[in-house]
Ligand binder design. Sequence first.
Ligand code: BGC
Length: 818
Amino acid sequence: MAAPQETADETREAAVEAALRKLDLDAKARLLAGQDMWSLPALPEIGLKSLVMSDGPIGVRGVRWTADDPSIALPSPTALAATWDPELARRAGVLLAQEARRKGVHVLLAPTVNLHRSPLGGRHFEAYSEDPYLTGVIGTGYVQGVQAGGVGTTVKHFVANDAETDRLTVNNLISERALRELYLAPFEAIVENAHPWGIMTAYNSVNGTTMTEHRYLVNEILRDEWGFDGVNVSDWTAARSTVGAIEGGLDVAMPGPKTVYGEALAQAVRDGEVEEAKVDAAVRNVLRLAARVGILEGAEPAVTELPDTVDGEALAREIARRSFVLVRNERDALPLKPHGTVALIGAAARDARVLGGGSATVFPARIVSPLDGLTAALPDGSLSYAVGADPNTELAVADQGFELRAVCRAADGDVIGTGSAPNGLIQWMGTDLPDGVTHDRLHTVELTGTFTPRETGPHTFGIKGMGAFTLRIDGTTYYDDVQRPAEDEPFAAFFGAPVPRAQPELTAGEPVEVSLTHEVAVSEDHPMKVIGFTLAHQEPQRDPEELFAEAVAAARAADTAVVVVATTERVESEGFDRTDLTLPGRQDDLVRAVAAANPNTVVVVNSGSPVELPWRDQVAAVLLGWFPGQEGGAALADVLTGEHEPGGRLPTTWGSLADAPVTQVVPRDGELPYREGLFIGYSAWEKESRTPSYPFGHGLGYTDWTYESVEVKGTTVRVRLRNSGTRAGREVVQVYLAPAEAEAEAEAGAERPARRLAGFAAVEAPPGEVVEVTVELPRRAFEIWDEKTDEWSFVKGSYEIQVGRSISDRRLTATTNV
Ligand code: BGC
């Protein structure tokens, strides 16, 4: 039996102290520096194993960046937030801990709880919401779940990494009040409610200081004020100064082997620049984490009884269908009528985009596309498929039709090893090299094999990566030169665009030899030993008019047309922001053409973040499907057929870029002022009196709800509602708090948004049944950060409690005086 919590904590602390006393300065400094891309060194002298970290947030990639090592891929974080269900987030966390343990990972580099400040933010899909309260609630569930499985988290990116442009250097200028009430708020809630074992400090600066050296935000607020006792790990390569980082409360500098800690830190102590006590404090945090995850001998892990095994595929499917947001459903277009015929249209219906790009990438063992899902769910002969328009006008990782392997050679040409290559992506980190291969001897990697085309015509081949490459196809050398990075981004080889380098005419079914050779140059100075490059490919592009005509004919012949529109990897990923919110390629025209041919047109939007839907009033139904994870197509079939209700509500306002009040992501002279202060998301839309396409909180199910009464006692809100439709359903009851004095306050200079989400709860009921739900409003909902006194101030007075289905569909109100 496990010891009671307090005794267990004390015993663990004692083990940590004992281990710390045994370490000399060099060992301590070494422990604070990554030994490679993902891990810290083992210290056998104290019985400490190597601590392994891995991304996050929708799966656990593990220490290898390859399809050889598959992971369950859950829906995108925006989707998880759209469930408005912290219990589901907790179950996602439990599954991820299970995946982490399977892969030997102790700490998951997740969740991402930055806010959707601007819809252009490149990693929007990877964060939860524009609302700090919803973000904090979902993040809390997630962290609780992961840690219940004995695996640590690093809540990231602390703080204000809300966009990607110049992310390493941008100085975000944010008022103290906006920091407290918006950007710090989810971190604070998660620290208080889920006690995360780690946090990741961001690349960016806040008000002049880079986050890996931010004494005020890290030492004073996160640690002293909130009581955070976990590890503070830098974002990858973010730590720049030995003294600055240790003084600023950074415990671990990642990745290694070359960091500002290790030898440099020991030397700084010897030179009298850093007190050894500061190093001890950081080591104590790392040892505590190691003890919690069970890799410090003699210390009891935080979790001794593991949760029951989770079926990852089933959970991925459940989260997906619960996340889909039905934003429009005219004439009950959905669910589909039984026995009707369906024309499924869109490139993403066949090649689904199930996850966003960048460090959030994982490699699922299987992907259920909408075409797969609907083929399985609908009776034979009732489904047709047409591409319609292909937004993938760019090169993608060589995959379909390629049979490749990686041949490693020494400088003299001797083959020293061969690695498997399930596709055109080579990403070898640290010592993760094919058998027999070492960095010292490795000189070239040749990705070689055959390609059998599906289509006849000009096939485009490209190269992603930096350095010397030779590309040969069918005996012809198309490229033999050096590719250089276009920008100062440490992960350009991972996240940059592939460059087209060859366009041979090939014949369907006739295999050709393909070879891409890369001369490896891992410099001694580079902080990471990574070999990363990609052979990219694109099929011959078919005549767009012909594709359109096929789709329109299919739509005309069917009872319902389902069009899947999507963004691409080049639109939503890491390391860059978006510049517009339009769907790539000719997808908007495709939807219009299909809608003109069939009034029962249902559009499924496959994107992680908001896109503009200019045709939205011309189609029968619009279903936002996010990046739905590996089981997305099965979940889509579940909700289209009506087997399940689409359960999502918008975690973020969807509107056009022209109307969006806050869009700025590009710094000027290195600075990005958050001029809008408290007014982001729905608060900003309301303040500017602008109408979005779909408001925060909006989402339809397959039944109707009548809100019957609301009763408020102090801060307890009780709502009665009735399922007034014809089938069982689930409703997310949202409670907004509107200060009566908002206008007077604005004049007095302490402006508050007209209303804010203060609580929510979900109910389920069969048709006709009345249900009651209680929502307890947190004290914080009534507080503002007072910049004069530097503390939270409870604002007494009269408040309207507004209960409803979205920020703009408020059904009942009541007044409370506090
Ligand atoms: C990202 C982090 C990620 C890390 C490791 C960084 O570029 O910002 O979110 O955890 O890489 O992959």
